[in-house]
Design a protein around this ligand. Structure first.
Ligand code: ASP
Length: 589
């Protein structure tokens, strides 16, 4: 037996026991004639001690130990004279009688501590060492617990976990595909699933009724903090349901996770907001509602008074930041710089302070009478001490998005975006289509299988842009943690949808014929949703990036720097796959 106990297990009540532990040497300290070794494993750290009366042989062995050596140590559990209340094993130490080195280790390239000295790149290159650190390991433990509770909840609700293939054809989520050449089918490629969307719909046709899968999905997109080329979805589908049923089931799952993982009991229903209102009041389809600061539109009040910037704008609107009227010139300049950054792109920022006497003092006073400024103050219900920040622009949607960034910035500055506060909500009534100016055509906002709101079906012929979808997203703290829809199960309606999306009959058949065919054999009404597991975990762990809750993530260039993937394959492998590369490496690259 390698060990009798783990390094996180022994307590004062074990004093006197003869034990054997195994683990990694975190640290060795010499104090007078005594040596102390911190031994670490997944479960914790236990202090080992070699007393000054120990044998010469034992002392010599201890002297040779280095950081991260793997050892086995036997001794007696004893009460410590100076206790360490910061660790659960801090009341005891092991007085050693024997050490066996199981494996030596090179000095690690960074310290295996909570506050490591290793930079990002180094830690990713040696990710297996990074994973020895508490902080990273804890995230993976949390991930395991969450996946476990997901299965627990869904199993109790009668869902079956069914695996779907990874080597498939292009699936329609609107991103680029990762493709895999087929040796046995020269010149042909599989695509990795962007989601199991069509397959889970087929499972409904098969009568599975309630399906789920914790599943890898692949999308070849530019990476951001909340995106990885491969990520994990909790993918679900149900038959004989309406939007309300799906929302209830998955709100139940969210509440189950809040309770079992974070100990937060939520009894009331999550708020719901229409997509229209989300855009109008927050400038975003994933609003962070941990704080208010809703947008107020000012076109009626502020246009037509001779201020050319507002007079020519399609949108004028603002937010009211409580208690910040005392912002200095410098702070206001910083905010102006913030909204003018290229990523945000506003032309400028107008501000108005509500002074102690209730008067409003603005940066555009020369165009407005106090009476108009008071009307504006009323529109915000602003109080003395508040600061009103206004943006305008000739594209209402763009300006709202800019104002959204400003609102989030002010929320952060005012400490209103605490990571341990959670504000979930549903965004509903998404538009079915999104118009793309460049291509001059509609795209599905969610995916082409999303059903229109039955009331809006007549608009499909007259004004498709106005059709609302039976689609819903769950948003927590400004993060879209999942979304789904009620699907079209009628092949005629589905064909119409394909037409509107610019597919010819042949191209729709070539891509989705298998699904359309299946729908002819008795497709039940169905709908579902997918939650992003990585996003849920990072939200619960308070992380800024989903990378930190993935064991072996890719970097921002989509590379695994530890495996050095992707990489070039040799000519014989290319030949076998009937491939030729047209890529020409740049000089000095
Ligand atoms: N397949 C969708 C997605 O990946 C989720 C769904 O509609 O169920 O976003």
């Amino acid at each position: 037996m390698y060990r009798t106990h783990t390094c996180g297990e022994l307590r004062l009540s074990d004093a006197g026991k003869q034990v054997t532990l195994a683990g990694w040497v975190q640290k060795v300290r010499k104090m007078g004639g005594m040596s102390f070794i911190d031994l670490r494993d997944r479960y914790g750290i236990t202090q080992l001690v070699i007393e000054d009366t120990a044998s010469k042989e034992l002392n010599e062995k201890a002297e040779k130990l280095g950081r991260e050596f793997v050892i086995q140590a036997t001794g007696t559990v004893s009460e410590r004279s100076s206790k360490n209340s910061r660790i659960p094993t801090g009341d005891i130490e092991i007085k050693l009688s024997e050490i066996t080195v199981l494996n030596e280790a090179l000095t690690p390239p960074f310290t295996i501590e909570d506050d490591t000295d290793g930079g990002d790149d180094l830690r990713m290159k040696y990710r297996y060492l990074d994973l020895r650190r508490n902080a990273v390991r804890k995230n993976l433990e949390l991930r395991h617990k969450m996946a476990f509770e997901v299965r627990n909840y869904l199993d109790k609700q009668g869902f079956l976990e069914v695996e779907t293939p990874i080597l498939v054809n292009s699936t329609p989520e609107g991103a680029r595909d990762f493709v895999v050449p087929s040796r046995m089918n020269p010149g042909q490629f599989y695509a990795l699933p962007q989601s199991p969307q069509t397959l889970k719909q087929l499972l409904m046709v098969s009568g599975f009724d309630k399906y789920f899968q914790i599943v890898k999905c692949f999308r070849d997109e530019d990476l951001r903090a909340d995106r990885q080329p491969e990520f994990t979805q909790i993918d679900c589908e149900m038959s004989f349901v309406e939007q309300e049923d799906v929302i209830n089931t998955f709100e139940g799952m969210a509440k189950h996770l809040f309770k079992t993982i974070r100990g937060i009991e939520i009894n009331e229903a999550f708020p719901r907001i229409t997509w229209q209102d989300a855009m109008k009041y927050y400038g975003s389809d994933k609003p962070d509602i941990r704080f208010g600061m809703k947008f107020v539109e000012l076109m009626d009040i502020m246009k037509g008074h001779g201020f050319p910037v507002f007079d020519s704008a399609a949108y004028v609107g603002g937010i009211c930041a409580t208690g910040t009227a005392n912002y200095t010139r410098k702070q206001l300049d910083q905010l102006t710089e913030f909204v003018k950054r290229p990523q945000i792109g506003a032309k400028g920022l107008v501000y108005a302070r509500v002074e102690a006497d209730g008067n409003v003092k603005s940066s555009v006073d020369k165009f407005y009478t106090q009476e108009v400024l008071q009307q504006m103050k009323e529109a915000f219900a602003a109080q003395p001490g508040d600061l009103i920040l206004i943006l305008s622009g000739d594209d209402a949607m763009k300006t709202r998005k800019q104002l959204c960034e400003l609102r989030l910035e002010m929320g952060s500055r005012l400490g209103l975006r605490d990571k341990d506060t959670f504000a979930p909500l549903w965004v509903i009534d998404f538009p079915l289509f999104e118009w793309n100016e460049e291509d001059g055509r509609y795209y599905a906002m969610h995916h082409p299988f999303t059903s229109p709101n039955p009331e809006d079906i007549p608009l499909l012929d007259t004004d498709p842009g106005k059709v609302r979808a039976n689609a819903y997203d769950m948003v927590i703290n400004g993060v879209e943690v999942g979304g789904g829809s009620i699907r079209i199960h009628d092949s005629k309606l589905q064909n119409k949808m394909f037409q509107l999306l610019g597919f010819t009959e042949e191209s729709a058949n070539a891509r989705f014929g298998f699904l359309m065919n299946a729908f002819k054999y008795g497709a039940p009404p169905h709908g579902g949703l997918a939650y992003g597991l990585d996003r849920w975990v990072s939200l619960f762990a308070g992380l800024d990036s989903i990378r930190d809750c993935i064991a072996f993530p890719k970097n921002n260039a989509g590379r695994d720097v530890m495996l050095d993937a992707p990489s070039i394959i040799d000519d014989s492998q290319m030949e076998e796959l009937f491939l030729k590369s047209t890529y020409v490496a740049k000089e000095n690259n």
